[in-house]
Design a protein around this ligand. Structure first.
Ligand SMILES: *Cc1c(COP(=O)(O)O)cnc(C)c1O
Length: 415
């Protein structure tokens, strides 16, 4: 039977028991039985042409290995149907001709958080939880607000005051969540929500929630399906609270164990240099995690005390992965190139390509390597970061044919 298990002491709990950690305080994860899952890739392929919402979702297409819910229990917005792009300008800029981009900003609320949220909210609804909560830098709260609305449930979100982009704040408010701006940083907000969840006041949908991880695993399976189940050499992702790193590690392990792939891709998690506790821990062989006061323009990864450390370090070790760091300057340079390519992304997402460029320079990634970089959020999530950092101008012009012709002539003569 599918069940919950502690990542530290291996203690088992029923799948739908209401708890977020083990008695030993270890994190919990969902354990699936391999039986019946070996042929899931073929079934997922068939579902691509189905008209049933659960089949059309890029998460629930793999539902037997995500959360075994019945179709009518699933709260879905057809999330996870995201693009897989080969973009020449980005292959050139990073120096990686075998680069593909998985753009998770193409999800319904504009970030990969939808993949985890559809799972967590579906379970919350099944459990009959009346009030859902999260701490967030803006994307988890947008996803929660939207999915809770679709499920007819109440949501409350805890955001670090003054540190959330206007787009994410407006989106979170617009879908109807109650917003509490905490006078502190993300890590303070996270602690509040953990305490509330432990006291039974709210149902927590942060990535500590094991069902979030289950939903986000499908980013990897979706990529593998895009590649006909031929694993790439590297998968690169930004890291903040490290939910995605944990989910990616679990998805790779399971795909390998169940015979879906015969080689494991290596995982590279990239942090912002101002929010790099995982990077520092990697340098000392993950022997400890020192929390820090985080600061970076990439607000989605402005996190100094990642709660998923134990799961994420295991993911890096098991995939022979690495952790890198990039400066805000490198993040913004990468973002400008991604924006100009026509894909666009928010600053945190751009850390992946900034990191990949350094990995190529260091000889870690070879020319012949197949690499998948995950862009985590949409360009529209943080318009401030575009306007403030890229030196862009709007030309004012008279509403007059002559003036406009002059302007177009000068545009044509530029190259
Ligand atoms: C949440 C988020 C991240 C960080 O993901 P973690 O799972 O917390 O490491 C990165 N980029 C974007 C756009 C995000 O919303």
């Amino acid at each position: 039977m599918t069940h919950l298990q502690c990542v530290n002491c291996q203690k088992h709990f029923p799948l739908f028991e209401l708890r977020f950690e083990c008695d030993c305080e270890g994190l919990l994860e969902v354990i699936h039985e391999a039986e019946g899952l070996r042929d899931l890739p073929q079934l997922a392929e068939k579902r691509l042409t189905s008209r049933i919402p659960a089949d059309r979702s890029g998460v629930w297409r793999f539902r037997e290995a995500v959360v075994p819910l019945e179709e009518k229990e699933i709260v879905t917005q057809l999330e996870g149907r995201t693009g897989f792009h080969a973009v020449e300008s980005l292959q050139k800029w990073t120096g990686s001709p075998g680069l593909f981009i998985k753009h998770e900003g193409e999800n319904p609320t504009g970030s990969f958080k939808d993949r985890g949220m559809t799972a967590a909210v579906s379970v919350a609804k099944r459990l009959g939880m009346p009030l859902l909560a999260c701490a967030s830098t803006g994307n988890t709260s947008s996803a929660l607000s939207s999915y809770a609305a679709r499920a007819g449930l109440k949501s409350v979100v805890f955001l670090p005051s003054g540190k959330v982009s206007l787009g994410k704040m407006a989106q979170t408010l617009g879908y109807g969540a109650h917003v509490l701006a905490v006078k502190g940083d993300f890590d303070d907000a996270m602690q509040i929500v953990r305490d509330l969840a432990k006291a039974g006041e709210v149902y927590m949908v942060n990535s500590l929630n094991p069902f979030r991880i289950e939903g986000q695993k499908t980013i990897i399976w979706d990529i593998l399906q895009d590649m006909n189940w031929q694993a790439p050499d590297w998968i690169v992702v930004p890291g903040g609270n490290l939910g995605n790193t944990s989910a990616f590690g679990k998805a790779i392990e399971e795909a390998f164990e169940w015979g879906w792939i015969d080689k494991k891709p290596r995982l590279a998690t990239i942090q912002a240099a101002g929010a790099n506790p995982f990077y520092k821990s990697f340098l000392n062989g993950f022997s400890s995690l020192q929390s820090i006061q985080a600061e970076t323009i990439a607000t989605a990864i402005r996190i100094g005390n990642p709660v998923n450390f134990s799961r994420a370090s295991r993911a890096i070790i098991n995939t022979r992965g690495i952790v890198g760091q990039v400066s805000d300057k490198e993040i913004l340079a990468a973002k400008a190139v991604i924006d100009r390519s026509g894909l666009g992304c928010e600053p945190a997402s751009a850390a992946t390509l900034a990191g990949l460029k350094l990995m190529v320079q260091a000889g870690l990634v070879k020319k012949e390597d197949k690499v998948v970089a995950v862009l985590t959020g949409s360009m529209l999530k943080d318009t401030d970061a575009i306007m403030k950092s890229q030196n862009l101008t709007v030309e004012e012009v008279e509403a007059d044919a002559k003036a406009i012709k002059l302007s177009l002539d000068s545009l044509r003569s530029k190259h």
